[in-house]
Design a binder for this molecule. Structure first.
Ligand SMILES: [Zn+2]
Length: 412
């Protein structure tokens, strides 16, 4: 079997997909179920059909492009990623795994390979939390991590529910039907840009992901008392922003105090009310994101943050409410899939790094129902979720080649 990845075609398709965007180039904004997202989906489906694949779309818009194997009812060997992009993002996050996966399948078909198991490309719906506030919607539903009932009630900023949004986008059936039957997959492999600097630093073009860190996110609301910035004297104040500042620094201290490099904590959003120069902040909303490869350590940080909230409430006479949005367990890659990836790298004389994914991906949720592993390629300076995100065409092509080789091994 000789596998030929068409690097130029793959690079040009990534450029074409980037033109489906609600931001000015080179930035890409593609939010789930917007007209732009739907056009991009239609474009990809057409390309999958041209490649000879059969399309199935589930009720939340997860899109499966299938190459039936000699045993069409056998468990599936899957690959894929997402094409939605947060506001003002780049061209490569998710897209490399979708178009790279398609190119890998094309290379396998052109080589004359005949899979025993079906091979499927999967385009996940809404990996990004932009619209409905929760990431990996499609894979959470596929794996049963999120129930159809809870999902259908999720709302966007305009009050539109996921249920309405998906029906308006033309998705048929009921969300109950999204969950995959047990043992649907034989294996699942996701190709993705690293979104960190390690591969570039090591001068390597491939990373085999052995575990995915456990994410948790919550929303904190701090309520104090507002007032005139001149009139209210310092001893009388219950400034919500000062209280929030203490929480942000407490979180940073706790994350550093675990002593583990894998513990990371971030406050990415701080909304201040009423937000006027001469008005004491009466209410602040913070977003908190904590991740770790150890569930126990991650949960300890959450617990100490909770304690910090109680202490700040007393000290500053404010009320702090915390709402846990998600707290997921980490995932270990499946040894079979990892060794298939390693062997594929070795077969082509390519060196790789064994690594941890600190960002989470749809594979984290698919790992609840299938043996999973991921393949990373470098992105320049580790930049991602920004317009200057960049992955070199030769790295993308190498990723697609190793993916094709891995799919072949798993589907034989
Ligand atoms: Zn991604």
């Amino acid at each position: 079997m000789t596998l030929a990845i068409d690097q130029a075609r793959l690079a040009s398709e990534i450029e074409q997909l980037a033109t489906f965007s609600d931001a000015e180039a080179p930035a890409v904004t593609r939010v789930v179920f917007t007209p732009t997202d739907l056009k991009a989906r239609a474009w990809i489906k057409e390309h999958c059909q041209e490649a000879g694949l059969t399309i199935r779309e589930d009720p939340v818009g997860n899109t499966f492009a299938r190459w039936s194997g000699q045993d069409p009812n056998g468990p599936v060997v899957g690959t894929g990623s997402h094409i939605d992009a947060i506001p003002n993002a780049g061209k490569y996050d998710g897209v490399v795994g979708v178009l790279g996966g398609l190119e890998a399948i094309r290379a396998l078909r052109a080589s004359g390979f005949r899979p025993k198991h079906p091979i499927e490309l999967l385009i996940f719906t809404s990996e990004e939390p932009t619209r409905f506030g929760i990431g990996c919607l499609g894979s959470r539903l596929l794996s049963g991590t999120l129930s159809a009932n809870v999902a259908s009630e999720l709302t966007d900023n305009e009050g539109i529910t996921l249920e309405d949004a998906r029906v308006r986008a033309g998705m048929k059936g009921s969300l109950e039907q999204v969950r995959l039957p047990p043992a649907y997959y034989k294996a699942f492999v996701e190709l993705h840009i690293e979104q960190g600097p390690l591969l570039e630093r090591e001068g390597l073009s491939l990373g085999v992901v052995e575990r995915i860190a456990a994410p948790a996110s919550l929303r904190l609301t701090v309520e104090g008392a507002g007032g005139h910035a001149g009139g209210v004297l310092m001893p009388d104040r219950r400034d919500a922003l000062c209280a929030a500042a203490e929480l942000i620094l407490a979180l940073e201290t706790e994350a550093k105090a675990t002593g583990a490099i894998d513990t990371v904590a971030t406050v990415g959003i701080c909304d201040v009310f009423p937000g006027a120069v001469n008005s004491i902040p009466s209410k602040v909303r913070l977003s908190v994101d904590v991740r770790d490869t150890s569930l126990e350590r991650r949960n300890r940080v959450l617990k100490t943050l909770e304690e910090a909230c109680r202490a700040v409430e007393v000290k500053r006479r404010v009320a702090i409410q915390s709402e846990l949005l998600n707290a997921d367990a980490p995932a270990e890659s499946a040894t079979d899939v990892v060794s298939a990836l390693r062997q594929a790298c070795e077969k082509h004389g390519l060196r790789y790094l064994s690594m941890t994914s600190r960002a989470y991906h749809d594979s984290l949720f698919i790992s609840r129902i299938a043996p999973v592993a991921m393949l990373f390629i470098p992105c320049r300076h580790g930049y991602s979720h920004r317009p200057d995100e960049y992955a070199a065409p030769e790295d993308i092509a190498r990723g697609a080649l190793v993916l094709a080789e891995t799919l072949a091994a798993l589907a034989s």
